[in-house]
Write a protein that binds this ligand. Structure first.
Ligand SMILES: [Zn+2]
Length: 418
């Protein structure tokens, strides 16, 4: 995209935010606040959000997930049936429609999934299946830390249905592995924490928790690359403490704070039982459906990546074997957008395919301002057409971390797509 065509919300305003991560997200122009616990995404922020969602969808499709979309606006009946109309009280937005019927904005979709499959998933031959959606959820929570806890947020929620506990165990492990791949692919540092005493009900559950400076839970964890050992203050029966030896790799555990970015649950029959959701078995009897439920908070994940990787210059999206989730992969920065420099910049822009490129073509910006803005947005690579281009004909490639090399303009697109 040409910068002259892009609507950027970058800002120098740094005062008044509750923590550094929110401040950075606002300075980089990813989001605008609409009031306590409500944020809107700008074109730049939405590019990042969509990339995250696309990674998540690809991973869920890859393990056999089928995409669905359930209504967020719901009547109270399914919630009364599961007993959660009362237990979610205070956290659920409830109201009456013009006919006086009780309704809510769904904070979660276990009840919805049961209603969706009722009458269609009826036999042991209809399962297992994994259904998922990426939709908004609403919770009347106390907002905190910007995108960490908001009243409206996007969640990838998935639900698996099974005839046997063994089948649930197998699919639970499959989704858990997919989550590890998703978080690795976007460059998140995380550990996996036992959370079997969760309020969602069911037998086994684990949280994916990212260590950060300012989080929402206390965390004791292993810092070894790829080691996933961690416990929170809510982990059941935990004996691991700061300074203990990691049971997996032998390193010393450290204490800090964490953000929960994902959660997997074996729900068992917690939601099928009140709805009497049963399957006909091979021997002609009936048995309750076993369920698993699996969530990833999309905006939380975005917030956590900003928190873990941002620096004084701005956002810094990690680059992995799968690329990055930066709003643009490459920026093209000419010393001035005129004459030969503009021609060369345009040629590179076309060769790189435009969509993932931000071409700094506004004439009211100095090269210093262009550098600062590219770094603030966290664009992983800069293509610089400056004095060395004029002298040697080669352009300078610089990563967000400051590594530089010089290449001929004709090979830039090959080098940046490596
Ligand atoms: Zn370890």
């Amino acid at each position: 995209m040409r910068r002259s065509d892009a609507t950027l919300f970058t800002s120098r305003e740094t005062e008044g935010w509750e923590n550094d991560t929110v401040e950075l997200a606002v300075r980089a122009g990813l989001v605008r606040q609409f009031g306590s616990g409500l944020f809107g995404f700008t074109p730049t922020g939405e590019r990042v959000r969509r990339k995250l969602i696309s990674r998540i969808r690809t991973a869920m499709d890859g393990i056999g997930g089928q995409a669905i979309s359930l209504p967020n606006l719901q009547y109270s009946d399914v919630w009364r049936q599961s007993g959660r109309w009362e237990s979610f009280e205070g956290e659920m937005f409830t109201f009456e429609n013009r006919e006086g019927q009780a309704m809510c904005l769904a904070p979660s979709h276990e009840e919805g999934i049961v209603h969706l499959v009722e009458g269609t998933v009826r036999s042991y031959e209809d399962v297992p299946c994994l259904l998922y959606q990426v939709e908004r959820k609403h919770r009347d929570d106390h907002p905190r830390n910007g995108l960490l806890r908001t009243k409206e947020f996007t969640m990838k929620d998935a639900y698996s249905l099974h005839a046997t506990d063994a089948s649930l165990d197998g699919w639970y492990a499959r989704v858990r592995d997919a989550y590890c791949r998703i978080f690795d692919a976007v460059g998140l540092d995380f550990v996996v924490v036992d959370a079997s005493n969760s309020v969602m009900g069911g037998s086994t559950s684990e949280e994916f928790v990212a260590p950060v400076e300012t989080g929402s839970e206390e965390l004791v964890y292993c810092q070894t690359d790829g080691c996933r050992v961690g416990v929170t203050d809510e982990s059941p029966g935990t004996t691991l403490r700061e300074g203990d030896t990691c049971p997996d790799c032998g390193a010393t555990l450290v204490a800090g704070e964490g953000i929960e970015v994902g959660h997997v649950f074996k729900l068992g029959t917690r939601y099928s039982e009140p709805a009497d959701l049963t399957l006909d078995t091979a021997d002609g009897s009936k048995q309750l459906v076993r369920m698993g439920s699996y969530g990833i908070g999309v905006e939380r994940l975005l917030h956590t990546l900003v928190e873990q990787h941002g620096d004084d210059d701005g956002l810094r999206w990690p680059v992995t074997d799968h690329g990055s989730v930066a709003p643009y992969e490459v920026s093209i920065i000419p010393l001035e957008y005129e004459g030969d420099l503009a021609d060369a910049a345009d040629r590179i822009y076309d060769a790189c395919g435009r969509d993932e490129v931000l071409l700094f073509d506004d004439d009211d910006q100095t090269i210093g301002e262009r550098f600062a803005e590219s770094d603030l947005l966290g664009i992983p690579r800069k293509v610089i057409l400056g004095n060395s281009f004029r002298e040697t004909g080669d352009v300078e490639l610089e990563t967000r971390d400051g590594e530089t090399r010089f290449v001929a303009p004709e090979v830039v697109s090959d080098v940046v797509s490596e």
